[in-house]
Design a protein around this ligand. Structure first.
Ligand SMILES: C[S@@+](CC[C@H](N)C(=O)[O-])C[C@H]1O[C@@H](n2cnc3c(N)ncnc32)[C@H](O)[C@@H]1O
Length: 256
């Protein structure tokens, strides 16, 4: 993918800014305070906040093109996992800045690609960035970005030849049961169609116990299914394998 693409980052800049400024504020308070009690409290809080800030800052760098470019690695993994057969259409659910959708369009020159997102205010992605990115990589004629809700997709059953989604399903507030979002994505996939989903599938709070979730996936009557930790298929640093980051992220690759 070209350097002129706006990737965005899975770590929100706004969150880094708030943590960074709060740590700075505490550092100043620590330095100017003369009261020993206040100095101790602000000192402890500063250390806690500095750690809370350094962790996502490191991840932000690791995800970005200037760092380890992990985002690009995950998109490549997803697109590679879809296989080589030509596709007439493909859908990326929760497309963010659309980079995964664009990679699909580049890999499958005959495919019409749809990137769907709700582009909520809490994220730093937008439909207009998606469209600019599509023009930059010269696939705008085959990629369409649409606003929608992953919990109730406005596509007919079996309308799509390939469905992908990255780090989105757990975010879908309109669906209390995240398994239902997975089912909704599979509803629009045509029989024989391929799918690749990456999400916090090993996090109990979203999907229940991993073994139960796997049983649930097998109960859907899919033709083929592979369910793994992301770290089994992508080398991740020890820090990124932490449960707060990618330790609970899984990848599901299959065919309906
Ligand atoms: C962590 S970001 C991942 C973005 C993109 N998949 C990527 O890999 O860069 C999660 C995305 O899910 C989208 N999202 C959250 N809830 C959604 C919903 N109900 N319907 C569609 N998209 C949603 C957000 O707008 C955001 O773009």
């Amino acid at each position: 993918m070209t350097e002129n693409i706006q990737y965005g980052n899975w770590i929100r800049k706004k969150m880094l800014l708030i943590l960074g400024l709060s740590a700075l504020g505490l550092a100043i308070l620590f330095l100017v305070s003369l009261n020993l009690y206040l100095k101790t409290i602000t000192g402890i809080l500063f250390v806690v906040l500095l750690i809370s800030f350094s962790f996502p800052l490191y991840a932000y760098y690791a995800f970005s093109p200037r760092g380890g470019n992990l985002q690009e690695q995950v998109y490549t993994l997803i697109v590679d996992s879809l296989g080589k057969q030509p596709l007439e259409n493909a859908l990326d659910i929760g497309t963010g800045n659309g980079v995964l959708a664009l990679k699909l369009a580049q890999k499958y020159p005959a495919a019409q690609v749809i990137g769907l997102d709700y582009w909520g205010k809490n994220w730093e992605y937008s439909q207009s960035i998606c469209e600019t990115n599509a023009r930059t990589v010269k696939v705008a004629d085959r990629v369409r970005f649409v606003k929608g809700d992953a919990a109730s997709l406005e596509f007919n059953d079996a309308a799509i030849a390939a469905v992908v989604s990255n780090l989105t399903f757990h975010e879908v507030k309109s669906a209390p049961q995240k398994r239902a979002v997975v089912q909704e994505a599979l509803r629009v996939l045509r029989p024989g169609g391929r799918f690749v989903f990456v999400d916090y599938f090993f996090d109990n709070q979203y999907y229940g116990q991993a073994a139960e979730f796997e049983t649930f996936l097998h109960s859907l009557g899919l033709a083929q299914i592979e369910f793994k930790h992301l770290s089994e298929v992508l080398p991740l640093s020890r820090l990124l394998r932490h449960p707060k980051f990618f330790g609970k992220v899984g990848i599901i690759v299959g065919q309906k």
